[in-house]
Design a protein around this ligand. Structure first.
Ligand code: GAR
Length: 190
């Protein structure tokens, strides 16, 4: 059995898509979700799916050694960042090199880096009059949004798009592709 642990800070729609994708899988399981926001919608979504969530305060995420110990105790094989909006500190990256990925709602390297998350990205994409946006799934390394790209998919940006309507199209793209990319990567672990 391979165990996935998801990190999330927000609504948790990607976490939900991943949990549902693996629900009938006998060899890969979502073990739990770790958060940095006690009020994040992901807690409620996971409760209704029977997946435990654990919230850790900022100091614990910053030191990160306690997080590594927790992940080891949970026999974590693979970490998926699904809307996790805090920096991943070095101890976690070192303990899970090549086994920690993120989804980003733009076509990296465009619209990546500090301050570029969620609606800020969609606002910037619309302000720049881009005609295409999309999603990027990439490995996590020490530089924010700069890890090796694993997968990208694009969608149109329409002339009358608002950040919300673009976010909706991007979310649909994420839910369609993210779970199967995770499955492929976990199947490829030793
Ligand atoms: C997703 O669109 C994800 O790509 C984005 O946050 C959203 C979370 O939605 N992540 C980032 O912006 C990371 N830089 P969800 O909570 O419904 O899965």
């Amino acid at each position: 059995m391979k165990n996935i642990v998801i990190f999330a800070s927000g609504d948790g729609s990607n976490a939900e898509a991943i949990v549902k994708h693996f629900a009938a899988n006998d060899s890969i399981k979502v073990k739990c979700v770790l958060t940095n926001r006690i009020n994040a919608g992901v807690h409620q979504r996971m409760e209704s799916l029977g997946i435990p969530t654990y919230n850790f305060p900022k100091e614990v995420w910053c030191d990160a050694n306690e997080i590594v110990r927790f992940l080891q105790k949970e026999n974590t094989d693979f970490i998926v960042l699904a809307g996790f909006l805090a920096k991943i500190e070095i101890p976690i990256i070192k303990a899970f090199t090549g086994r920690i990925i993120n989804i980003h709602p733009s076509l990296l390297p465009k619209y990546g880096g500090k301050g570029m998350w969620g609606h800020h990205i969609h606002e910037a994409v619309i302000a720049a009059r881009e005609t295409q946006s999309g999603i990027t799934i990439h490995y996590i390394d020490e530089d924010i949004d700069k890890g090796e790209i694993i997968f990208q998919a694009s969608c149109e940006v329409l002339p009358d798009d608002t950040p919300d309507s673009l976010a909706e199209r991007i979310h649909a793209l994420e839910h369609r592709h993210f779970p199967s990319v995770v499955e492929k990567l976990v199947n490829g672990l030793d």
